[in-house]
Design a protein around this ligand. Structure first.
Ligand code: NAP
Length: 248
């Protein structure tokens, strides 16, 4: 088991990619703190994974609410003494054209995807610094790497911001033994993306080199690598996982 006795916190862990990441970290031996805006989702996942209730915490934590994140960090540290791994996965998209998009539409996505990532980093880093060790993995997007048709400028800008935050934080924290990387997924089949007509999903995959869809497990495998000691000389990196839609 790659992550035995490590303590991991995962935001937006209730469903989709975050759920797959949380499950995978747990199976690799980590104690996992599940954070989501919807408490029932993380409570159900916790019951499914760990009937003893000793190795998983479920916490209602909206990443845009500073007090909730502070409290989630405190509850996790109170239970297990530290946080070794933070996965900033919570994210939303609200696509509109720029003419249709209000300032509120723009800021809502920036707040969850970018400010939420900042808030979680801020409070978890305080704990990681005490132990002079930590791994932060920020889930960005192909949309933040290249700009993509159909994602909305709010989403693309928020995810580009996550890449920049990752690079700058990696420089700031390298001396503390805290390593910060991002993952930029291409289109991934989740309950949410399955709701789109198949032809829409396929249009997002135009030009893909690998002839199969992307699944949440494609992302969670990479998270385990970036959370483990096997990636100890990698920081400030953004890993593209998109089946070869974007090759640079
Ligand atoms: P998802 O299925 O919508 O799951 C996201 C989870 O985060 C949901 O449980 C959601 O709760 C929760 N959440 C939303 N706002 C939150 C907040 N303010 N605080 C805490 N939790 C919150 O999304 P996903 O497709 O798995 O995506 C996960 C991440 O990967 C996101 O950052 C997304 O941008 C990124 N990504 C996804 C794809 C893709 O194709 N799926 C591609 C590239 C990047 P509610 O459902 O109640 O809002």
């Amino acid at each position: 088991m790659e992550l035995k006795d490590k303590v991991a916190a995962v935001t937006g862990a209730g469903k989709g990619i975050g759920k797959a990441i949380a499950e995978r970290l747990f199976r690799e031996g980590a104690l996992v703190s599940l954070w989501d805006i919807d408490f029932n989702l993380v409570k159900d996942l916790s019951k499914k994974l760990d009937s003893s209730g000793k190795n998983i915490l479920s916490i209602k934590a909206d990443v845009t609410e500073e007090d909730e994140i502070k409290s989630a960090v405190e509850q996790t540290v109170k239970s297990w003494g530290k946080i070794d791994i933070l996965v900033n996965n919570a994210g939303i998209s609200r696509h509109k054209t720029i003419s249709e998009m209000s300032v509120d539409d723009f800021m809502q996505v920036i707040w969850v995807n970018l400010t939420g990532t900042f808030i979680c980093c801020k409070y978890v880093v305080l704990e990681m610094k005490k132990h002079k060790r930590g791994k932060i993995i920020n889930i960005s997007s192909l949309g933040g790497r290249t700009g993509r048709p159909g994602v909305g400028v709010n989403y693309a800008a928020s995810k580009a911001g996550v890449i920049s935050l990752t690079q700058t934080l990696a420089r700031e924290l390298g001396g503390y033994g805290i390593y910060v990387n991002a993952i930029c997924p291409g289109p991934i089949l989740t309950e949410q993306t399955k709701q789109y007509p198949r032809e829409v999903f396929e249009s997002w995959n135009a030009g893909r080199a690998i002839q199969r869809d992307g699944f949440p497990e494609d992302i969670s495998d990479a998270v385990v690598f970036l959370a483990s000691e096997k990636s100890d000389w990698i920081t400030g990196f953004s890993l593209d996982i998109n089946g070869g839609i974007y090759i640079c």
